[in-house]
Design a protein around this ligand. Structure first.
Ligand code: GDP
Ligand code: IMO
Ligand code: MG
Length: 447
């Protein structure tokens, strides 16, 4: 029997912002289709080339490569207002968009009133708030699971307005019971009514794109032998099942999410690229065992420009956490690791990496059930820094010995090779290890 053509998956192994957008952009020339499988405008994926920076929220990160079809899959939740703003920023012609951006009829819509509910729930949580991006993600996925949500296909039906009004009124009633009034809320600087108008215009824009059933489109593309890359948002430690619940997002951010979020059978998953930063960051609330509250943390934030791509909030920073990385590699079946932002550590004399958690008199080398502060103490190994600029380095093999040792430490701990390293935000700042399976894999024709 002929071997099945498989889709590769690329996702984050930490708390998001690992540099997924940049890496997808770098890998896109090897793929015919790039498809987002979950999340929504809570994501902020940064691409940098020709001295310009682009931040994508819902649009897949293959969009700047001519000939690549970018698909927003059924597992994504779409806010038509934000989506339409994002399309506007691309500066593409209508014809270019028709060829490069497809949306799934089964993707759920984020209504303005979902954002109202997000704000109401967060407000009511007080000190235990999630630190949500307030883009309506949680309430939109809640409606999906409660079987009360609206999908893009609903926007083409004659009873759309009636359904919309019904759901909106439900949300407003619920928010009201939590002491929240739609008239008092500003959404992206607009009052509720103005946002709703802009949202409805955005919906028309969205409807004008090619609307497909992503499961059929993706499987047919694979059947034709063309290559597909599934792009994840957020990160494994924000996953609804395996993340630091309840401080998580509301979707499956893991490799299995690519199956449900695009209609891919598990047997159709090929390589799994796991992206991690050379250290850790987290934005929003929730446990973070290796978080630094000292000058090292400030240094990482400043040098790494660790401010949220979606909300601008300062990101919490800390040392690399190997037990958490090992857990993420296991959950996703990662077979190629990609390390980003090593350059941020360039000036540090010594580096720490967490190699275990101590809970009472026990030590764990993989993420335990609870990582709440006070319940565990990270155990660190100290390694020398490389104290060198990486700018002039042209091959992986020329990296400073201390950085190669740092990489080896990761590989030995999680038992998966680091095949690519990113040494700056630009598309060109990338080094691929010679002799690694990845080069052979990527050199196959994209279609
Ligand atoms: P994503 O959500 O995973 O796509 O990541 P974000 O775009 O939210 O955050 C990653 C940030 O790091 C962005 O500002 C990128 O431009 C930047 N970046 C990506 N890779 C590197 C790298 O290797 N070095 C440095 N210094 N910055 C990087
Ligand atoms: P990308 O794709 C980092 C975090 C929020 C909050 C929690 C829940 O750019 O890596 P939500 O808005 O989903 O209800 O927020 O998840 N969060 C992210 N953190 N990167 C992201 O996406 C994130 N998307 C959500 O800060 O703590
Ligand atoms: Mg991001």
């Amino acid at each position: 029997m002929k071997e099945t053509n498989k889709a590769d998956v690329l996702l984050g192994l930490q708390w998001g912002d690992e540099g997924k957008g940049k890496i997808v952009d770098v890998l896109t020339p090897h793929y015919k289709v790039v498809a987002r499988f979950q999340g929504g405008p809570n994501a902020g994926h940064t691409l940098f080339f020709e001295n310009k920076k682009y931040i994508l929220h819902t649009i897949p990160s293959g969009i700047f490569h001519k000939g690549c079809v970018n698909v927003v899959g059924n597992g994504v939740v779409i806010d038509p207002y934000i989506f339409s703003q994002e399309i506007g920023q691309l500066g593409f012609s209508t014809e270019e968009l028709q060829e490069s951006l497809y949306v799934c009829s089964k993707a759920h819509l984020i209504l303005p009133s979902h954002r109202l509910l997000d704000a109401a729930y967060e407000y009511n949580k007080g000190n235990s708030k999630i630190g949500s991006t307030l883009k309506g993600i949680g309430p939109a996925y809640t409606d999906k699971v409660a079987r009360t949500g609206m999908r893009l296909a609903d926007a083409f039906a004659s009873d759309f307005q009636a359904k919309y009004d019904h759901l909106k009124n439900e949300h407003i009633r619920l928010a009201g019971s939590l002491g929240f009034d739609a008239t008092e809320l500003k959404l992206d600087g607009l009052d509720f009514e103005a946002y709703e108008k802009a949202w409805l215009l955005g919906l028309e824009h969205l409807k004008s794109l090619p609307v497909v059933q992503s499961e059929l489109f993706i499987n047919e593309t694979l059947d034709k032998g063309a290559r597909v890359l599934a792009e994840g948002a957020q990160g494994t430690l924000l996953d609804i099942d395996f993340g630091s619940y309840p401080y998580v997002t509301s979707s499956s951010t893991i490799a299995a999410g690519a199956c449900t979020g695009l209609g891919l059978a598990p047997s159709r998953i090929g390589d799994v690229f796991g992206i991690f930063k050379a250290y850790c960051t987290r934005v929003g609330s929730g446990p973070f065992p290796t978080e630094l509250h000292d000058e090292n943390g400030d240094h990482l934030r400043e040098v790494g420009q660790e401010f949220g791509s979606t909300t601008g909030r300062p990101r919490r920073c800390g040392w690399l956490d190997l037990p958490a990385l090992k857990y993420a590699v296991m959950i996703n079946g990662v077979n190629h690791l990609i390390m980003t932002k090593a350059d941020v550590l360039n000036q540090m004399k010594t580096l720490k990496v967490c190699v275990a958690y101590r809970v009472g008199d026990k030590e764990y080398d993989i993420l335990p059930f609870s990582i709440n502060p006070g319940q565990l103490v990270p155990v660190y190994d100290t390694l020398p820094g490389w104290e060198k600029d990486l700018d002039k380095i042209e091959t992986f093999e020329e990296l400073p010995p201390a950085l190669l040792d740092y990489i080896r430490k990761v590989e030995e701990f999680v038992n998966v090779p680091v095949d690519i390293i990113s040494t700056g935000p630009d598309r060109k700042q990338i080094l691929v290890r010679k002799g690694s399976g990845i080069l052979k894999r990527l050199s196959v024709n994209k279609d």
